[in-house]
Design a protein around this ligand. Structure first.
Ligand code: LMR
Length: 397
């Protein structure tokens, strides 16, 4: 049965971890996978998370199953984070949320639900996008097509061609957007651009769906949800896959959520029951530990403030690294203008490095980025900046 199988290609992002770990050079620098690093190159457990874990460990009384859609206090807290504490939408019954194993788990449930329970057969993703989007949607049986997004010459959103492509998409298709901190480019639509995109969705009747994996890493929790909130207010239907991997640093706890919005409570209830059938057939019900941490923190005002402070620290450090990176590249003699990197949001930047430059950086200098040229700015520190920029300048020369 298995003898005819050929080996699958290594994952373009997670596959790099093995090569990086096996690299014995002590000065190696990891700018590949999207994980936050502090100034000491560590991915710390947030203090608020540790506190929540201590609290939960003392009080936990059972390991019995969670419901199919997960922990209710987590799901309601997720809705408030997505749409705002006092959002009138939350009183309508139109919004339903299921806890999911990470943002990827949420995307997969979204994909299965679309492919098996709706008429959607095709989903459009930005070019470029996170490579796993293609895999998740294709594996669920959807055809994946691309709309234009990025102008590699100006390093900006190619808004005119984006709108042109979105205007050609017909009703019955789904279109995926990154809620904020676009992965891999770090370039997001402005508020006005989100509104224009929403107008096209309303006019053409395609289904907007969101991947919101970096809320809090762009500007702040509210501004980063602008696109999602605007669509939630103006579209009859919406799906949102959200993740707590990055903003709570809960990567290996796999904490995410899938949120559905429908025209009214009745439709939402029925559609959500179908989402639950997808979950039941997939992993039955979600794990509890990570969701309990998030629910505890988000539902306790003091803990929530502590979390927001820690999230702000992470965001501001990345922002400082962006500026220092641009400045140091210039000081080391880069002839290219990299100022665009300081303007982008979140962890990632599309550096413009070619695949062969990426491979030279990896082989000759021990610097790891994704082959597409995507760099994780969160992997930069005051200590590694000089070597990093010197190496990049040499490779660019
Ligand atoms: C990334 O894009 O590096 C992260 O979202 C991690 C992953 O799963 O690819």
């Amino acid at each position: 049965m298995f003898e005819g199988l050929t080996a699958a290609a290594a994952d373009p992002i997670l596959g790099l971890a093995d090569i990086y770990n096996a690299d014995e050079r002590t000065h190696k620098i990891n700018l590949s996978v999207g994980i936050y690093k502090d100034e000491n190159m560590l991915t710390p457990i947030l203090n608020c998370v540790k506190k929540a874990e201590t609290f939960l460990l003392e009080r936990e009384q059972t390991k019995s199953y969670l419901p199919i859609d997960g922990l209710a206090t987590f799901n309601s807290a997720t809705q408030k984070l997505l749409f705002g504490e006092d959002s009138p939408l939350l009183q309508t019954g139109r919004v339903k949320t299921a806890q999911a194993p990470g943002g990827t788990g949420a995307l997969r449930i979204m994909a299965d639900f679309l492919a098996r329970r709706t008429k959607v057969r095709r989903i459009w993703v930005s070019n470029p996008t996170w490579p796993n989007h293609q895999s998740v949607f294709q594996t669920a049986g959807l055809e994946v097509r691309e709309y234009r997004y990025y102008n590699p010459h100006t390093h900006e959103l190619d808004f005119a061609t984006l709108l042109e492509d979105l205007s050609q998409i017909s009703a019955g298709d789904a279109v995926l957007f990154h809620g904020c901190c676009h992965n891999p480019t770090g370039i997001d639509p402005t508020a006005e651009q989100w509104q224009a995109i929403s107008d096209v969705a309303a006019k053409n009747g395609w289904l907007p769906v969101f991947d919101l994996a970096y809320q809090g890493f762009g500007k702040n929790l509210d501004d980063d949800a602008f696109g999602v909130r605007f669509f939630a207010e103006h579209q009859p239907e919406l799906l949102i896959a959200s993740s707590y991997s990055k903003n709570f640093g809960l990567y290996n706890e796999r904490v995410g959520a899938l949120t559905l919005i429908a025209q009214n409570d009745d439709i939402a209830t029925k559609a959500f029951s179908q989402i639950k059938t997808m979950i039941r057939a997939n992993y039955s019900n979600p794990p509890s530990h990570g969701a309990k941490i998030v629910a505890y923190i988000l539902n306790d005002p003091e803990m929530k403030n502590e979390w927001i402070d820690e999230l702000t620290t992470m965001r501001q450090r990345i922002h400082r690294m962006r500026q220092l990176f641009v400045k140091t590249l210039q000081e080391k003699g880069a002839r290219q203008d990299f100022s665009f990197i300081a303007k982008q949001n979140g962890m990632f930047s599309f550096s413009g490095l070619t695949e062969s430059q990426v491979l030279t950086l990896r082989d000759d200098y021990g610097i790891y980025t994704v082959n597409s040229g995507r760099i994780n700015v969160a992997g930069m520190t005051l200590d590694n900046m000089s070597l990093l920029c010197e190496s990049i300048v040499k490779v660019l020369a």
